[in-house]
Design a protein around this ligand. Structure first.
Ligand code: AMP
Ligand code: FE
Ligand code: FE
Ligand code: ZN
Length: 285
C-alpha cells in the first residue's frame, strides 16, 4: 500500500501481461489510495481508452507504455525496458515500431508453445491466446497454460530455467534503446529507464551506458522497484542525482501474475512534476 505520495508510475493491465482489465486497474488504483497511476502495458497503448473512460474522479491517469528495447553496446546485446509516458500514440514512427514488436511477440509466443508441445507438454496456442485476451502476448500467458496443465504451481515457477526462464525462452524483437528514447521524445513524451539495476532479472547495463542515455534525452531512472535491493536503490538514486535524472518509484503491478501490490513503491510529488512538465504528447487525465 501507498506510503507517502500515492504516485505509482508503472502498472500493467490485460492489454499486456497484467490480469486486471484497464478499467479494473484504475478502480483498484483509487481503492489502493493512489492519487496518480500510470498505465504502462508492454509495447501497446491499447488499454488507454478504456482506462481513461473508467478513471475514478480524484485519480490522475498517466498514459504510457513499457517498451521492449535492447542495448547493442555489449556482446551479446542487453535486453531492457523503457517506460514512455504521455507520448502521442498516433505518431507513426513510434506506433509502427510498437506494431512490429507486438506482431513479433505473437510469432515468438507460438514458437515457444511449439517447442513445449514437441516435448510433450499438453498446452495449445489457442489456449494461450485466450489468456492474452487480445492484448500483447507475453511469457506470463504461456505460464498460465503451464499452471493449468499442472506442470508448475505459479508464474514464478514457470520462469525457472527449466521452463520459460531459459530452456523454452526465445528472444523478442525490440527497439534499439537510443532509437526508442528519440521516438518517444519526438512523439512529445518522456522516458524512464525501468528497473535498470535489477540484476536478478538478467544482465544489466554499465553506468556509462546510463550516462549516454541521459545525454540522449532520457528523463528518469526507476529507482524504487521490487526487483532492486537496497544497495541497488542507493546506487540508482546517486546516479540519478549525478545525471540530473528524475528518480522514480513504482510497483510494476501485474495483478495476480505477480505478488506486488499497487503503490508498493511510489514517486515523490517533485519527481512527478518534473517528469510531466517535460511532456506534451497527450496530457495527464
Ligand atoms: P516477455 O515479455 O514475454 O519476455 O515476458 C517477460 C514478462 O514476464 C515480464 O514483463 C514480467 O511481467 C514477467 N516475468 C519475468 N520474470 C518473471 C518471474 N520470475 N516471475 C514472474 N513473472 C515474471
Ligand atoms: Fe510484464
Ligand atoms: Fe519491465
Ligand atoms: Zn512492467
Amino acid at each position: 500500500m501507498t506510503v507517502g505520495t500515492g504516485i505509482d508510475l508503472h502498472a500493467h493491465s490485460n492489454a499486456s501481461d497484467g490480469t486486471d482489465t484497464p478499467a479494473e486497474l484504475v478502480r483498484a488504483a483509487a481503492d489502493a489510495g493512489l492519487v496518480v497511476v500510470a498505465l504502462t502495458d508492454h509495447d501497446t497503448t491499447a488499454g488507454w481508452a478504456t482506462a481513461a473512460a473508467a478513471r475514478p474522479t480524484g485519480l490522475t491517469l498517466i498514459r504510457g507504455a513499457e517498451i521492449s528495447c535492447r542495448w547493442h553496446g555489449a556482446q551479446p546485446a542487453v535486453s531492457l525496458h523503457l517506460l514512455g509516458y504521455l507520448f502521442d500514440p498516433t505518431y507513426p514512427p513510434l506506433a509502427d515500431e510498437l506494431d512490429r514488436v507486438r506482431a513479433a511477440r505473437t510469432v515468438r509466443g507460438e514458437r515457444i508453445v511449439d517447442l513445449l508441445r514437441a516435448d510433450g507438454v499438453d498446452i495449445t496456442w489457442d489456449e494461450v491466446l485466450g489468456y492474452a485476451a487480445g492484448g500483447t502476448v507475453g511469457r506470463p500467458h504461456i505460464a498460465q497454460a503451464l499452471i493449468r496443465a499442472g506442470l508448475v504451481a505459479s508464474t514464478d515457477e514457470a520462469f525457472r530455467p527449466q521452463w520459460l526462464g531459459q530452456r523454452y525462452r526465445l528472444p523478442k524483437d525490440d527497439l534499439d534503446v537510443f532509437t526508442a528514447v528519440r521516438l518517444v521524445q519526438e512523439a512529445g513524451g518522456v522516458t524512464v529507464f525501468a528497473h535498470p539495476l535489477a540484476n536478478r532479472r538478467g544482465r544489466t547495463v554499465p553506468d556509462s551506458m546510463i550516462v549516454e542515455l541521459a545525454a540522449a534525452g532520457l528523463t528518469g531512472l526507476e529507482v524504487d522497484h521490487v526487483d532492486h535491493d537496497p544497495a541497488e536503490r542507493a546506487h540508482g538514486r546517486r546516479l540519478a542525482d549525478d545525471l540530473g535524472l528524475v528518480a522514480t518509484g513504482s510497483s510494476d503491478y501485474h495483478g495476480s501474475h505477480k505478488t506486488v501490490g499497487l503503490g508498493a513503491n511510489t514517486t515523490s510529488v517533485a519527481g512527478y512534476e518534473q517528469l510531466i512538465a517535460k511532456a506534451h504528447g497527450v496530457p495527464p487525465l
